[in-house]
Each structure stands twice: as C-alpha cells, then as structure tokens.
Ligand binder design. Structure first.
Ligand SMILES: *Cc1c(COP(=O)(O)O)cnc(C)c1O
Length: 384
C-alpha cells in the first residue's frame, strides 16, 4: 500500500454551516433588541420550531448536552445505582458521577450495539433507581423491552439521545420516550448550535421545573426554589439553530445518500460489515460504523493507521469502552467478563467519515482504500 498524503484530508465529520447570509439577519436582530441570553426571543423561537420539527410537545434548550444530561438526572432526583452502557461517549457516565450516582455497566446487543435488555434485570439491586440507555449512532434502543423492565421494578428511564436528532420509528419521534431524553447540539452532531443541548420534556410542568433548574433555580425576582446551575443557551447559539433548521432535511438526506453509497460499494468487500439500520422510519445517518471480522486482512487498528496514512481520518467509536477508562475500570460491573460483547466490538468497530459536504469522489477514495488490502491478497493475521 502506498502512502499518499498529498490528497486532501477527509475528516470523520465536518460541522454543517448554513450560508452566512442566513445567519447574519439573526445577529442584526440581537444587536437591535439587545437581548443576549436568558430565554430571549430567538431562544423561544428555536424551542418552538425544534419541538415542531422533531414532533415532540415540549423541549428545553441547554448550553450543551452534558449539562442537559446532568440536569435531567437532577430533575428526576435519580439516586444510587444507574444501569447504563459501556459503549458510549464519556459524557454519559461523567453525568452520573456529577449527579453522585454509581454507573452499573450492562453489556450491549451484538447487532445494534445498544444496551441489551436481556441482561438488565440481573444487574438490578435495591439501590438501582434508573436506566440510562444511549441510542448509539442514532439507532433506537429496544425501548419496549427497557420500559417493561423499568415499570416492573419502579425505575426511571433517561435516554442519552445525543446521537438521535430527528430519528423516528413507527410510533413517532424516539426522543419522546422514557421519563426524559437529552440531545447534544454540539458542532460534531447532525444538527448543531456551535455548542448546545436540549431536554425533551413530557409536559409543561416538567419543562417549567427544568427551566428553573437551568437558571440557578430562580422562580421569580424574590424566589429561588432549588440549587440550580446555569445551563442556558444564549441568543447567538439559538440564531445558529434557526439558520440551520431550514437545511436539516437536506443534510440528513445527503447523509442517507452517503450511507447508501457506502453500503453498495462495500457489499462485496469480505470482512467489513456495516451496522444494520433497524426499526427506523427516519434514520439520521449520524455515523457510519463498520464491524471488521476475521476475513478482513487487517486488524481494526492496522486499518485505522493505513487510512490515516492516506489522509482519511476515521474514529474508533467507542474504544476505549467507558468501563476501561481509569475513572470507571474499578467498578464491580466494569470487568471484561461482564461485558464480552462490548469488549469485542470495541476492538472491531470503525466509524468512517460521513457529513453532508462529503463528495462522491471522497466516498470512492475511501472505499478504494478499504478494498486495497483485500485486492492486494494480504492474508489475514490470526486474531488475538
Ligand atoms: C456528544 C455526546 C454527549 C455530550 O454532548 P455535549 O453537547 O458535547 O456536551 C453526550 N452523550 C453522547 C453519547 C454524545 O455523543
């Protein structure tokens, strides 16, 4: 394989930016009305427009997805142990620590890489108060099974839906499920406000409580009800969301085209298997994970390095597992023997570049690079 770093760098993702001339009128509006934050007119408009777009009743915007997740746990007064997945971004379990909860890792399903409901019950103790699943890569969890278990044991369900912007199944938006669900609107996500987040609330009363929690606990000028934090989204961030909303369907459609092009081009490459898209009537194609198996000539890390040498930057989401990080590795549930599927998938998964501005030529270049070790007749090295 020849290294060709002369070709342009393809990052795993690239933030979507709306045309500047669509953003600037909102900035002028801010300069005219001098409302910079604290639930100003753009913030109010974005909350309404996003709720409409997503097909949910109530939504509270936040300054980022991590503070949204911590606030969701606070709002539900989650205590003690919380059952969660080791296969996610570190913010998921960090939020539990900030809320003084103990993460209890349960293994994932080998097909969806989401929390495996069949393994949840064995992890429930008298200290368990909630389940915190993640719709990994935007693929919905087995919510029916999770809710059935939660109901039987009196547990709350909070979804970390950071990847699931706009995802729908036969029952509508997946964001409307569970006791609460949280979104990240970070620059690298499908829909972004530079930095941002949201909590999807089931009713107006919950939204009012959450709005107080994200604003120091302030009820009115003289009344402060609880020790809230500052999770407010500013007007300039809301402006970015409003300018972007008109483009989001086109962005997701383009991601869908890239997803389909990858699947077609990789269908006959042995040992590279894209993750199936199950149960979605509208996917968001937030990521393009592939699972390598023993038929592929290179290990995942060898492939990662080979692509990098050709200026193709992929990500090993989610490796290391959360349970392998120093802060969590000592937990009783963190051992590899408790998490065999996650441990194996963490070694075999690779997320390929996907973002709306990707060109067809980029996809062809990436697929040719993936095919090259097979065409070269490299014999697979024995799996460790
Ligand atoms: C991005 C992400 C978050 C954190 O969101 P921020 O907006 O960056 O704070 C939380 N959970 C998951 C699974 C994520 O991917």
């Amino acid at each position: 394989m020849t290294d060709d770093t002369s070709e342009k760098k393809i990052h795993v993702t690239q933030p979507f930016l709306p045309p500047l001339e669509e953003f600037l009128p909102y900035v002028e509006e801010i300069w005219e009305n001098r409302f910079l934050t604290n639930g100003g007119p753009l913030h109010q408009r974005l909350e309404r427009d996003l709720a409409d777009y997503l097909g949910v009743e109530h939504l509270a915007l936040f300054n980022n997805g991590t503070i949204a997740l911590i606030t969701a746990l606070q709002a539900l007064e989650i205590t003690g142990e919380v059952i969660t997945t080791p296969f996610s971004f570190v913010a998921t379990t960090n939020a539990l620590i900030w809320n003084k909860n103990t993460p209890v890792f349960v293994d994932i399903d080998p097909e969806t890489l989401n929390l495996d409901p069949a393994r949840i019950e064995a992890a429930i103790t008298d200290k368990t108060s909630a389940i915190l699943p993640v719709h990994c890569y935007g693929n919905p969890c087995d919510m029916e099974a999770i809710h059935e278990i939660a109901e039987r044991h009196g547990l709350k369900v909070v979804y970390d839906a950071a990847h699931a912007f706009g995802v729908r199944d036969a029952q509508g938006s997946v964001l409307a499920r569970g006791d609460l669900a949280t979104l990240s609107l970070h620059a690298t996500k499908v829909f972004n406000t530079f930095e941002g987040g949201a909590i999807i609330c089931p009713d107006a009363e919950t939204k009012e409580h959450i709005d107080q929690l994200k604003n120091f606990g302030i009820v009115d000028e003289l009344t402060i009800k609880v020790a809230g934090s500052n999770g407010k989204m500013s007007e300039i961030h809301a402006a970015m969301g409003l300018a972007q909303l008109g483009h989001i369907d086109a962005c997701i459609d383009r991601r869908g085209e890239i997803d389909a092009a990858y699947r077609a081009a990789l269908a006959d490459v042995p040992g590279i298997e894209p993750l199936p898209k199950l149960g979605q009537t509208r996917a968001n194609y937030a990521y393009f994970p592939v699972i390598l198996d023993e038929r592929y000539p290179l290990s995942r890390d060898e492939l990662y390095d080979a692509l990098r040498a050709q200026n193709i930057l992929t990500r090993r989401y989610f490796f290391p597992l959360l349970s392998q990080l120093p802060m969590y590795a000592g937990l009783p549930s963190a051992g590899a023997e408790n998490l065999p599927v996650a441990t194996e998938m963490g070694r075999r998964v690779l997320c390929l570049p996907i973002f709306p501005a990707m060109e067809d030529g980029d996809i062809a270049r990436i697929c040719a690079a993936l095919r090259a070790p097979v065409s070269a007749g490299i014999i697979p090295t024995a799996a460790e």
